[in-house]
Design a protein around this ligand. Structure first.
Ligand SMILES: Cc1cc2nc3c(=O)[nH]c(=O)nc-3n(C[C@H](O)[C@H](O)[C@H](O)COP(=O)(O)OP(=O)(O)OC[C@H]3O[C@@H](n4cnc5c(N)ncnc54)[C@H](O)[C@@H]3O)c2cc1C
Length: 510
């Protein structure tokens, strides 16, 4: 393990960003008017902008950083309607008809992506693959069997097998046929080029910080420019404006880890995820003319673990044991929000806003869910009926199991809030070496300290600017993460991920 560890890249960088050449766009420097304004340049925002531009709609897309560097740039990009074990649960909670709608929506989105790639010869390392959920745990066999019965009820093309074609121990697996793997950024690059060719405008380094509702909603940017529109899509992963939707209290954020590894053993194909924890996911991709396996796994709630490096080590151990590790060109991590009933929120932002839409909560299955969301919202904006609108409606409310989950989730948030406030760390800033960070006590108060590689100490107030929870240090990403609602801040205090909008208070910088 120690030997492999040495071969790990020192800093995280996602494989997709390192192997795609994306265009860049200017910062917004004036006020604008448009038909549709979209906030967020991930798979949801880009696909929605593409679909609308193709229909002749005037679109403006605002991106806080650079496009495709949010979760879409940090995914593992299996495009499949096999979203781990879910269909048996959906049948139990929503009934067979709605469970089928969830499947069809994702299956259609997958088909749309496949057709787009084939019809336009998009060069995106695309291949059709069977998707497997496997288990090596006796206690998961019944669950897997129930999931397979759900496939049969819903008419999903699948198979229950006792062997998988990779050298990983498994007692059984279920297969969903003809899914796909691809390079998400090379695929989305084609859509970006089409948006601009069709007259759509994209602005990078342009953060939406506020919004006025009304007949013509107006977005205000951090630089005080105003974008007035007829309809708006909030595709900022976690909704940037949350005064009415309370999405932060209806979702939780889960981080996972991914690595691109060149292995001794050849990967025969297929896309795999296990049913037990820790989760292990595998697919292949091409890197410098050779195959790498993209491993993923090891989820935990954002902000609840400090030594995040250990998750990478666990993935390397798994890769070494089953495939042999030659080299590790890339490693990265990211988070995705999960709704309490596991179905994304796609539709009207709040019951009183008819021209502002939201799409979020993909539960780490955003390739098809994000594409489906864009298709649904484009239909809505141009006035076409969409058969899935009700299933994904953000204002839906199901007493079972939402209420219990809502209470236990928000009780957990309250516990984290109080625990953080009582915490008086024993560390002090002087004890930190280079590239080390920790919660420390300064003048009797909790603070966040990081000493960078040049020895400069960065001290911030660790009170989250969203709702006041205390942030925890993430050793590997060198970030301050919120255990309550998933916001993340750089060691300098800048917002990396919402729902927080304001930076942390700086206490000093030597
Ligand atoms: C480790 C990991 C592995 C995954 N693997 C898979 C997989 O194999 N298959 C699959 O289907 N799904 C997978 N997912 C899920 C999938 O990657 C995500 O659900 C999806 O990429 C989310 O897309 P998005 O467009 O909603 O968000 P993002 O890609 O995060 O895009 C949102 C954008 O909005 C911008 N933004 C935020 N706030 C503002 C603001 N105020 N103003 C302007 N811009 C703003 C951000 O900078 C960002 O670029 C995975 C997720 C993780 C975490």
């Amino acid at each position: 393990m120690k030997e492999n560890n040495k071969r790990m890249p020192q800093f995280p960088e996602p494989f997709w960003r390192g192997t795609a050449d994306l265009p860049s766009f200017p910062k917004l420097s004036e006020d604008l008017e448009t038909e549709v304004a979209i906030v967020g340049g991930g798979i949801t925002g880009i696909t929605a902008a593409y679909l609308l531009a193709k229909e002749g709609v005037k679109v403006v897309l605002l991106e806080a950083g650079v496009i495709l560097n949010g979760t879409t740039g940090h995914t593992t990009a299996k495009a499949t309607a096999q979203h781990s074990i879910i269909y048996d649960e959906l049948i139990n909670h929503f009934g067979e008809e709605k469970a089928k709608l969830y499947y069809q929506a994702n299956h259609n989105a997958l088909q749309y992506m496949k057709d787009l790639i084939k019809n336009n010869n998009i060069d995106c390392d695309y291949s059709e693959e069977d998707a497997y959920i496997y288990t090596n745990s006796g206690s998961k066999l019944q669950q897997l069997m129930d999931e397979f019965k759900a496939y049969e009820k819903l008419g999903i093309a699948g198979e229950y097998v006792s062997k998988i074609p990779i050298p990983v121990e498994a007692k059984a697996a279920i297969i969903m046929k003809d899914q796909m793997q691809f390079h998400p950024l090379r695929y989305l690059k084609h859509l970006v080029e089409e948006i601009t060719r069709l007259g759509g405008q994209i602005y990078e380094h342009t953060t939406a910080v506020d919004m006025e509702e009304g007949n013509r909603p107006v977005i205000t940017t951090r630089d005080d420019h105003r974008v007035a529109c007829q309809q708006m899509i909030i595709a900022s992963h976690t909704p940037f404006y949350d005064l009415k939707g309370f999405y932060f209290s209806r979702m939780y954020w889960s981080r996972s880890y991914a690595m691109a590894i060149q292995t001794e053993k050849e990967f025969p194909g297929g896309m795999f995820i296990n049913a037990e924890t820790p989760s292990r996911s595998m697919r292949s991709a091409h890197y410098n003319g050779e195959k790498v396996i993209i491993f993923g796994g090891d989820s935990h709630d954002t902000g609840k673990k400090e030594n995040t490096h250990s998750y990478y080590e666990a993935i390397v151990d798994f890769a070494e044991k089953n495939f042999g590790v030659k080299s590790i060109p890339y490693r990265w991590s990211a988070q995705d929000p999960i709704t309490l009933d596991k179905v994304p929120f796609v539709g009207k932002y709040s019951s009183s806003t008819d021209n502002i839409f939201v799409a979020t909560g993909y539960r780490k299955w955003g390739m098809t869910n994000g594409t489906n969301a864009a298709m649904m919202l484009a239909d809505r904006i141009v006035g076409r009926d969409n058969p899935y609108a009700e299933m994904f409606e953000p204002q839906r409310f199901h007493a079972d199991p939402d209420v219990l989950q809502f209470i236990s989730f928000n009780a957990g948030v309250a516990k984290d809030l109080i625990k953080g406030k009582l915490d008086r760390p024993t560390a002090d800033p002087d004890s930190l070496g280079k590239d080390e960070g920790a919660a420390v006590t300064v003048d009797g108060k909790r603070a966040g300290a990081y000493r960078d590689k040049d020895g400069v100490l960065h001290l911030v107030d660790t009170t989250c600017t969203h709702m006041g929870c205390e942030l925890n240090w993430n050793t590997d990403e060198r970030s301050w993460d919120c255990p309550c609602h998933g916001s993340r801040f750089s060691y300098k205090g800048d917002v990396m991920e919402g729902p927080a909008e304001l930076p942390l208070k700086k206490l000093s910088e030597e």
